[in-house]
Design a protein around this ligand. Structure first.
Ligand code: E4P
Length: 217
């Protein structure tokens, strides 16, 4: 399963990339706002850190303006994936862009039927939001399992990009179901490495090592 980082914080992306944990990056207008930086500038910097797909979202609601925005965004770098909302205009934009060889991430997916439409529109990625789905009394992981089943039934190439990941169990379940990608905030990716027995083990080994009175090198 590929790991994308859901952030516009370039220091975090650089740091995680050094551990091989960044196969791509997702941003959204809220994350850009949080960064306090200029949208095009931050996307360009992220594209210089990773060669993986970097999602940049259009903010227009109509197809024509979405295409104009996408034109600006895709010129930033070859690895920009245009993010469009799951609306009829978003799907129209998805089809036009993917027919033209541009990666598209269809976002704000909350049903398997929506995911089916995105695949039919040629989406490179579909982003089901599991955390927000859970928050509203639905089962986010069941949504991922349903999409996996449907995409496999018809051999769609669209990659399932699990989004709105809130905790390590979302990551574990996504991997068990066979999602292609998950995108999580840096803090959740860092949580994955933690285990109390790992910490306890390090502590025990270091205590015994100190008793040897030795040093390495
Ligand atoms: C994905 O591309 C989105 O940016 C993101 O996962 C949204 O997550 P949130 O529900 O935590 O805002």
């Amino acid at each position: 399963m590929k790991f994308f980082v859901d952030t516009a914080d370039t220091a975090e992306i650089r740091d995680l990339a050094e551990s091989g944990l960044v196969d791509g990056v997702t941003t959204n207008p809220s994350l850009i706002h949080k960064s306090g930086r200029k949208f095009l500038e931050v996307v360009a910097e992220i594209c210089s850190i990773t060669s993986g797909p970097v999602s940049a979202e259009v903010v227009a609601l109509d197809h024509e303006t979405m295409m104009k925005e996408a034109e600006i965004l895709r010129k930033i770098a070859d690895n920009v994936a245009i993010k469009v909302p799951l609306t009829i205009d978003g799907l129209k934009t998805c089809k036009a862009l993917t027919d033209d060889g541009t990666m598209v991430n269809v976002t704000l997916c909350f049903s398997a039927n929506q995911a089916l439409l995105a695949a039919k529109a040629g989406a490179s990625f579909i982003s089901p939001f599991v955390g927000r789905h859970d928050d509203n009394g639905f089962d986010g992981m069941q949504l991922i399992a349903d999409i996996r089943l449907i995409y496999d039934n018809y051999a769609f190439d669209t990659e399932i990009l699990v989004a709105s990941v809130r905790h390590p169990i979302h990551v574990l379940e996504s991997a068990k179901i066979g999602a292609d990608v998950m995108t999580a905030p840096p803090a959740v990716i860092r949580q994955l490495v933690k285990h109390p027995l790992t910490d306890k083990g390090i502590e025990g080994f270091l205590a015994d090592w100190a008793k040897t009175g030795q040093t390495i090198g």
